[in-house]
Design a protein around this ligand. Structure first.
Ligand code: ADP
Ligand code: ZN
Ligand code: MG
Length: 476
């Protein structure tokens, strides 16, 4: 490829609050259309907006989690335009003084295609807060407007043009979503329209410093669509450049069914939004103390958590990645791991057994304390790994703890030397033919004897002690 792609993303995410940005209507998804509405969010004359402080704090939190500078003085502005999705004919947004500027998101791990990504920071130009607009639904002959979404708090996160591939953009979106979820700022469910993304993309010859002409892509409704659209657009632009065509700035839509982008408008028809300071709202000011108070509420982010799981619990990078993919799962592991000597075993039980049965670890009958109880029973030699599997299944069924099940069913491991040596003698006396083979030099038979002793003790013998006792009686 003789061109390098330059990509910047503009991401909108809804803030998770009980009420809307400037009125007390519910911020809820899935209600009957036009039921969460009032004169404020319907744009009736004579009403005044009242800002939602929780949404402002959440935006500052998003800024702090991405290393942004928080503005001590900022304000809301009016973005004027005429469209049925905006009943006031202007959207309250932020123009020149957003809440957050100049942050970054660290990229690492693998992209959509599984290729490892270069370790790098993607700059965050700004994060501002605005109100969402109504949702339009186009039917066969007419269109419907649902104002439930109008006025829902919406953050816009603008990245620097630091991304270089579809894979990097995909990873950036995943990281951003993770941050929003861990910070309890928003759920970022793209299917519910809670997260929406516009892609700006240009090509330049490899080695050239200046950026090429950028194309903005809209209507991308999944991370996968973002990935596909970028790959498509890189090829489309490269072909045009190869033909010597001079690109013009344009906005294009993405048709995911056809796997193609299409022209929406050119730069010439760009809007002039006539931004001006919102006269119905006071500027917003923060003191250092205000900002520090919000900083004190920040959660540990996935990347820091991953590293901590590796450093203090001895997990592999892979396991740490699996266990931090979800906030609840990470908390589950963290709680259980603290209660045992071998956190690695907790990780194994979660990834190989628990996640095979449920994704909802927080609500599952095997609590982290109970899983720790099981691992402690294994560590202390009370039960062996094989019996533990049965105990675990029973724990998941009944919600009982490991010790109760072990006692009720008499599953405690036989570590009593005389019981084990008795079982070993019995097996050696019974399988004379195999014993001859073993003496004849077939060392593999030892495993057969171990199996028979385990069978005789109903799986409860301590396997290490069985092997030692066998070797002793076989005269080794
Ligand atoms: P506009 O004035 O058209 O809104 P901005 O400079 O505000 O453009 O940038 C909007 C987005 O486009 C940002 O995410 C930015 O990183 C990205 N961007 C800017 N220039 C380019 C370019 N030449 N190629 C790709 N992305 C770009
Ligand atoms: Zn309202
Ligand atoms: Mg811009």
């Amino acid at each position: 490829m003789k061109y390098e792609a330059v990509i910047g993303l503009e991401v909108h995410t809804q803030v998770r609050t009980a009420s809307k940005m400037f009125c007390s209507c519910a911020n809820a998804f899935g209600s009957e259309p036009n039921t969460n509405v009032c004169p404020v969010c319907m744009g009736y004359p004579g009403v005044l907006p009242v800002p939602n402080e929780k949404a402002i704090r959440a935006t500052v939190k998003a800024g702090l989690l991405t290393g942004c500078t928080i503005a001590k003085f900022s304000k809301f502005d009016r973005k004027n335009y005429f469209y049925p999705d905006m009943p006031k004919n202007y959207q309250i947004s932020q123009y020149d003084l957003p809440f957050c500027t100049n942050g970054k998101i660290h990229l690492s791990g693998t992209g959509f295609s599984g290729e490892p990504l270069p370790e790098k920071d993607i700059g965050i130009t700004r994060i501002h807060l605005e109100e969402d607009v109504a949702k339009l639904t186009h039917f066969h002959h007419d269109s419907g407007v649902d104002y439930n979404r109008a006025g829902v708090p919406l953050m816009e996160i603008v990245s620097e043009p630091d991304l270089r591939s579809a894979d990097e953009a995909y990873a950036y979106l995943n990281n951003l979503k993770e941050i929003m979820r861990f910070g309890e700022i928003g759920d970022c469910d793209m299917e519910k329209g809670q997260m929406r993304c516009d892609v700006n993309i240009s090509l330049r010859p490899v080695g050239q410093k200046e950026f090429g002409t950028k194309i903005e892509l809209k209507n991308l409704n999944s991370f996968r669509a973002v990935h596909r659209a970028i790959d498509y657009e890189i090829e489309r632009q490269a072909e045009l450049l190869d033909q010597g065509v001079t690109l013009r700035q344009e906005t294009r839509g993405w048709n995911d069914d056809r796997g193609e982008s299409y022209l929406m408008r050119t730069k010439e028809s760009a809007h002039d939004y006539r931004y001006f300071p919102e006269p119905d709202l006071m500027p917003v000011t923060f003191t250092d103390e205000d900002i520090e108070a919000i900083r004190a509420t920040l959660p540990e982010l996935p990347e820091a958590k991953r590293q901590r799981f590796i450093d203090s619990y001895g997990l592999t990078a892979y396991d740490a990645g699996v266990l931090t993919a979800d906030k609840e799962l990470a908390a589950y592991f963290d709680t259980a791991a603290k209660l045992v000597k071998t956190p690695k075993l907790i990780a194994n039980w979660i990834t190989s057994s628990l996640l095979a049965l449920t994704n909802d670890v927080a609500g599952c009958p095997v609590t982290p304390e109970k899983l720790a109880g099981l691992v402690n029973a294994i560590d202390s030699g009370k039960i062996n790994g094989k019996i533990a599997k049965d105990v675990f299944a029973e724990m998941f069924e009944s919600g009982k703890d490991a010790d109760t099940i072990i006692n009720e069913k008499g599953l405690a491991q036989v570590s009593d030397t005389s019981a084990i040596s008795g079982a070993v003698s019995e097996v050696l006396a019974q399988f004379t033919k195999q014993l001859e083979e073993y003496r004849g030099g077939n060392g593999k038979i030892l495993q057969f004897f171990v199996g028979q002793v385990m069978k005789l003790t109903k799986g409860k013998a301590n396997p290490g002690m069985v092997v030692a006792e066998l070797k002793k009686q076989l005269g080794e």
